[in-house]
Design a protein around this ligand. Structure first.
Ligand code: PHE
Ligand code: NA
Length: 454
């Protein structure tokens, strides 16, 4: 019903699709961002809100987004236009696709800069810089890198060029194979690091920090950050998953895929958090150190532990790969739109987008040095502003509209056929999607408006 049949390439199997989607989800969001925002927002209570957001908002929005992609069978802008048309809804739904295109490009502009830090650290690790590194020195060398815009620009350029080179070749080639060993590899190294964390003497403190909620530390602003991060980390609300879903064939299970993605993503984030905070507490560091947290802690671990050179080098290589497999999904909505709707050749579209994103990224590079005190939104640097507008506004807004479309606009027949759920689960899912998820998102938005005006 209402399904457009275009002859489009699809994923070669369910496993390949799940791996690629996990590749999109697992990235800097888990390893770099989750630990540092958890540290800044006081730990346990923030983590609990985040987990609730994953389960009650993130998972249903993820499923909705995959449904929209598979039913819409096109790039996000066109997919929403197609679906609006077959449902006699307002054509304005295409703007939801456009929101995703823009959010993806804006996120990628800073994502590439941060991934660049991992490139720098990969090289440092190869050179043996971490051997016996003390925590204090790790902080000093991180800051030296951060305040050197030319160096950051170089790493940012390398990541941007790599990303464009990968995407300009097409959706399938290479990516699938790399992800096959990258995900298990990342998981194994995190287990090794977890083993190290238990020897620091601060593992229990780290565990308590993450899982003992202290609600007095929670503000509405922190709830917004937790909710935004649930979107960011699952790659939802900006139509990356819509694109991936559009390549999913009708036999494959969206629910199964969604659960795997959310589970794997959450597991990796929590592991990273446990490891990093063990190092933080063992060395008397500051949990709220900010965006440098990952880079100021792990070198200490690699410098001390057995096999540290090997594991450190491999770890940062895997971080780069995890970032690249997310980066390609950040650019894919814009790229497929330029290709399909504007008739621009893939490689040309990719390089043009690459230039725009690279230029924007310079703003993030400078946010840590020359423009450190140049504020845009409130007391936010350009990096913080881009991060806030995309993660905490554009993604939740996009997700809200996606859940509204699937819950209220889409024909029940098409929706249920996409989901293939048992009657009870379908009821629960729809109740969540119709009421809980959208209302929760609106409450968090509204309370932040009230809070910031009081
Ligand atoms: N989910 C990715 C991460 O956690 C980032 C991302 C966001 C990728 C949005 C695609 C779309 O690192
Ligand atoms: Na993630």
């Amino acid at each position: 019903m209402g399904q457009l049949k275009l002859s489009r390439e699809s994923w070669s199997s369910q496993t390949v699709f799940i791996l690629a989607a996990i590749g999109s989800a697992v990235g800097l969001g888990n390893l770099w961002k989750f630990p540092y925002i958890t540290g800044e927002n006081g730990g346990g209570a923030f983590v609990l809100v985040y987990l609730a957001c994953i389960l009650l908002i993130g998972l249903p929005v993820l499923l909705s987004e995959l449904i929209l992609g598979r039913a819409g069978q096109a790039n996000p802008v066109q997919a929403m236009a197609n679906l609006a048309k077959t449902h006699n809804a307002t054509r304005l739904w295409w703007l939801l696709g456009l929101n995703g295109v823009l959010a993806g490009a804006l996120i990628l502009s800073f994502y590439s800069v941060i991934a660049g830090w991992a490139v720098a650290y990969f090289i440092s690790s190869v050179q043996g810089d971490f051997i016996n590194m003390a925590a204090e020195q790790a902080g000093v060398s991180f800051n030296a890198m951060l305040t050197n815009p030319w160096e950051l620009l170089l790493w940012h350029t390398i990541v941007a060029v790599l990303t464009i080179m990968i995407v300009s070749k097409g959706i399938r080639s290479g990516i699938e194979k790399a992800i096959n060993f990258m995900m298990p590899g990342l998981f194994l190294i995190l287990l090794v690091l977890l083993g190290y964390a238990t020897t620091t003497g601060s593992f229990e403190q780290s565990f308590a920090f993450l899982f003992n909620p202290d609600f007095s530390k929670l503000s509405w602003q922190a709830v917004l950050i937790a909710m935004g991060h649930a979107f960011f980390t699952l790659s939802i609300g900006m139509s990356a998953m819509m694109v991936y879903g559009s390549y999913l064939d009708n036999k494959q299970s969206i629910v199964k895929a969604g659960i795997w993605i959310a589970f794997a993503d959450t597991l990796i984030a929590l592991l990273a958090g446990l490891v990093i905070f063990s190092i933080v507490f063992a060395n008397g560091l500051e949990p709220g150190a900010g965006p440098g947290l990952l880079f100021q802690t792990l070198p200490v671990a690699f410098g001390q532990m057995w096999g540290g050179w090997f594991f450190g080098t491999l770890f940062f290589a895997l971080v780069i790969m995890a970032a690249l497999s997310s980066a390609i999904s950040l650019i894919e909505p814009a790229l497929s739109w330029l290709q399909q709707n504007w008739g621009i050749a893939r490689a040309k579209a990719a390089w043009s987008l690459g230039v725009i994103i690279w230029l924007l990224g310079i703003g993030t590079v400078l946010s840590f040095s020359n423009w450190e005190n140049v504020y845009f939104l409130g007391e936010r640097t350009l990096f913080d502003t881009l991060d806030f507008i995309t993660t905490n506004i554009m993604l939740p807004l996009g997700g809200l509209l996606m859940s509204v479309f699937v819950a209220w606009v889409m024909s029940a027949e098409l929706r249920d056929q996409q989901l293939q759920l048992s009657p009870l689960w379908l009821k629960l899912f729809l109740f969540d999607l119709k009421w809980i998820a959208p209302v929760a998102i609106m409450i968090v938005f509204a309370s932040n408006l009230v809070e910031s005006n009081s």
